[in-house]
Design a protein. Structure first.
Lengths: 412, 412, 412
């Protein structure tokens, strides 16, 4: 189990942390605040999860309130919970203060525990081994809602990106890709048939979405070039989507199709939908979590509806082990779960944004700037001046004795 | 098994991907195309391996053609197969188009499966636990052959390197070093004596080649300084060479000697042989895979010849478990395997290069340039202008009213 | 076991190596020399540990001198030994020549094996599952002593840092954080209650020190900004301190308190004590190992004294399994161990520094400069000129025909 814990910490820290370092002037914030969120969340979620789990399980039994478990299994579950905060963090990174982020972490985990324990595991008994509903869908719509309802003195602009920052960001992509199968299969019974299937289906879906992303990213751009933002993110969309069906007895083709669909949707999201949402509704989504987590989790949910409907209506291989608690219509449950999770995410995000506005009103104007919150090294802003130099022409104002004549110097 | 799969993905993605980021202006290509090759190869090799394995095993039995296995074990074997493509990729990186690379991946895996299943496992029953023959020798000579026979409009030049790129590249080196023991012992029976021996011998060989590389790299250079290319690559040569003998009952000194020999040969390769081959034969080898994979695998093959000859001629500790399928002369089989694998690699590489030339003729002139295939950030080429500034003297052409006199500005 | 070995190599290589890349102009040295130290140390410590272990265990039995074990367990113990050298390396990095470092590695491991096998495991039977005494306390005071007694022609200055170097350094921090629990629990009996407790307590202590470091780093600085040096290092102090008590039956609050104390002390060390020691005593500590390893290990030692005194004096849950070899006063033993280890570290460090001075006298003046020992890429020093450009004003000396008038150019 400690071995699993390590895998999941890598996923959170190295994966999510470095994925966001594509922000050229916010790299320290991306990695450092990921550490802070995790360190706070891992302790706080022990209480949140315990509270809602016991509340639901024993609501008629006054004596059942027992201790909070502090063991490696509880800490692993807490790490899973933290991943929904880190997903939400992607929507607001660079636009909130560190203390606002602490508030968001604490608030988010309460609502996440309510959503995961009461709605999904308790009331709906949703089939969701890999957390497509619990982490990705909730985290994405919670984060988008916070980003939308947070009061800011001005509209946020596009964050500056950089070449080396893009390569750093690929570190995050690779570690997320690598550890995604263990993320999806992680909470399944160890070495069971379900866990093996979950891992295999996730690998297939990830490979499919990687290929589709490379294809579509190149095909849609002028000059047929790859866009780093697509490759860094949309390649992972297959893993998001396949999470809620990965442990079913599927033909491998199903996992591949779901991966392809998620990869296509996610790439289109980065290229078309994200600018549209920003220009039309003013919804600013720094890392594009709607494309990587929001839409693919909806696609995964729809796939789980179709598959459970097909299986229940006499399809082969009814997975009684997966659907064992379901007495009603499984497809219907999966569908209602989507509505409940999205609603829960948006409402709780709005509440959290309101708290954040009240506790620490936003006064800063500058965004995506490590210098506001970090003691940066002397070469921090040098890239900007370098960029000017790069243009070939640097406008300089000469302050010699002869007077301030303006002239251009052509740096060869 | 999923745990092993993760280790091997890290080896492929983070190890091979970042090892090649020493190319200062091709970092996105190095990491991104590694992802693309892996995503395609992992699915395609499921079919290749299944085809040749069944063909050989059941060639007299028409009914034996069964389904392609899709499970975690098959995916792990596919990942191993992909590593031979990634090795070949090192010879041509920066000089081929992404689509040419897709063709190379598909073609390479067919020939690799033929080589591994028909020649090595089937006909020769070569002792090769760590894939010295199957992955390193085949991948190296295949890649060199592709690089040699690929038609290009002009000779490729040395790729630009960078200081930060060198540090990124060390990430790849470290992860390869770390996961190499599990790569060599990975397909051995779990927790067997063979696997333990394979891991211990690999660690010793890697340590030995690391020390030898540091020594020789510093000793041969003017000023006794380390060359990053040596340290990034030749330190790993011991792991390549020891692969085909790692599971034998060896005195630890043997593993250390093989590691030393591989480290020395590889460092000399980077310093002497690679420039010689380029100037004499026009063989351009971007990452020096001949030094890291080609020569060390030959050294490993020779070591396996010597050791099996010694063991069979009455030496102590005949490893009946390793050589159980060998009825003839084991040393002879190991020797003939070298010839067959190198021939197979060169011929199939030539065929693949011909296909690549036909399907997508090369028209581009610029090389090692991410801008051709990626939407790069604004600061992509800024390092070049910076380099000019660095010289201390920047030639500027002043366009003031007084006329275009040329003068030098000394940036202090 | 090979799986553990991999975890510990990641800790050494990626963790310690990249943690030290915050040195902007010494990144290749930080990562490369970490490899060299590990490759040498892992082989040399096999002999050191075997020598002292057998010497102590069988000092009355002349026939007991047996072979040196070379297996995966011995290699894992050797890797643990290497970590004390890597800790010491942090105090002298950038100020010693590579060959001096080789001497330090060899000498340090002899004394470390003496300290760990004869003093701690043999004579004192100190409770120290996670190596707080054996690795952190010894390594820190050994390294500080070497740095203090090493003769240098001039006082070392502050090393240059960089923005991208800081982000690289965070890679090291994250991997150390992630693998620290397995470092502390690594040598405990697998899957035992002790190992589980060790892992859980370490995670809690790390989380606590992370939160305290973020708080104090921001609170003490002008402008309430985070200092990268604090975040990169002090966040890990909790793991150092909790090492010698992690396997005890503790209330989780104890682990959290120890983590908080270590985080506070370490942050204050970086901000207050380190400049004080340098200005007052000329003790130069490049990476601040006194703050990350020295003080937190003393805090851990004090905590172990208090806890063992409390437990022995009738406190609940006497951990007979941990303290089984202790017949005398356990608290007293833990206390005397601190004195012995610190003394052993300082004395053996002074001896080692003397050897280093004799074998290879220091003649170089420049420090923290990769160019002395590495063939650096063409853009190596470009950041420095960039930094000048960054100031906004670049003083240029115009060498036109009109004469050498000095003027300022304002780069916009």
């Amino acid at each position: 189990m400690d071995h699993c814990f390590i895998q999941f910490t890598i996923l959170r820290f190295v994966g999510f942390g470095y994925l966001m370092t594509f922000l050229k002037t916010y790299g320290l914030g991306a990695v450092g605040l990921t550490m802070l969120i995790t360190a706070i969340g891992i302790q706080w979620y022990l209480f949140c999860e315990s509270f809602f789990r016991q509340w639901y399980a024993n609501d008629n039994d006054a004596e059942a309130w027992v201790n909070v478990n502090v063991n490696i299994y509880a800490l692993t579950k807490a790490l899973f919970g933290v991943s929904s905060v880190l997903i939400s963090f992607g929507a607001v990174i660079g636009k909130v203060k560190p203390f606002q982020l602490v508030i968001m972490t604490i608030s988010s985990l309460v609502f996440h525990a309510f959503n995961a324990e009461i709605i999904l595991a308790g009331a709906m008994k949703t089939a969701d081994i890999g957390g497509t509903y619990a982490y990705h869908m909730f985290g994405a719509y919670f984060g988008l809602s916070v980003s939308y309802f947070l009061k800011r003195s001005k509209q946020p602009a596009d964050p500056p990106t950089g070449y080396i920052a893009d390569i750093f960001s690929m570190v995050g992509t690779l570690f997320l890709w690598i550890y995604w199968p263990s993320f999806v299969g992680g909470l399944a019974e160890a070495d069971s048939g379900q866990q093996d299937r979950a891992i295999v289906n996730t690998i297939l879906a990830l490979s499919a979405s990687t290929i589709c992303t490379f294809y579509l990213s190149s095909d849609r751009s002028s000059g047929h070039i790859f866009r780093p933002a697509d490759i860094q993110n949309a390649t992972l969309a297959g893993g998001v989507a396949v999470g809620c069906i990965a442990n079913l007895n599927l033909n491998p083709v199903n996992a591949i199709l779901v991966g392809c669909g998620a990869g296509f949707a996610s790439t289109l999201g980065y290229q078309v939908l994200q600018p549209f949402l920003y220009n039309k509704f003013g919804l600013h989504d720094t890392c594009g979590i709607h494309n990587l987590h929001g839409m693919p989790s909806i696609i995964g949910g729809i796939a789980s509806i179709c598959i459970s409907a097909y299986k229940q209506s006499g399809g082969r291989n009814h997975d009684s082990e997966v659907f064992r608690s379901h007495h009603g219509n499984e497809a219907w449950r999966q569908f209602v779960s989507i509505l409940l999770v999205v609603t829960c995410g948006i409402v709780s995000g709005a509440i959290t944004a309101w708290i954040m506005n009240v506790v620490e009103p936003d006064a800063e104007h500058t965004e995506f700037d490590d210098q506001l919150y970090w003691e940066t090294a002397g070469d921090f802003k040098s890239e900007e001046s370098t960029k000017n130099v790069d243009n070939g022409f640097v406008v300089v104002s000469q302050s010699s004795k002869k007077g301030g004549e303006e002239f251009q110097i052509n740096v060869q």
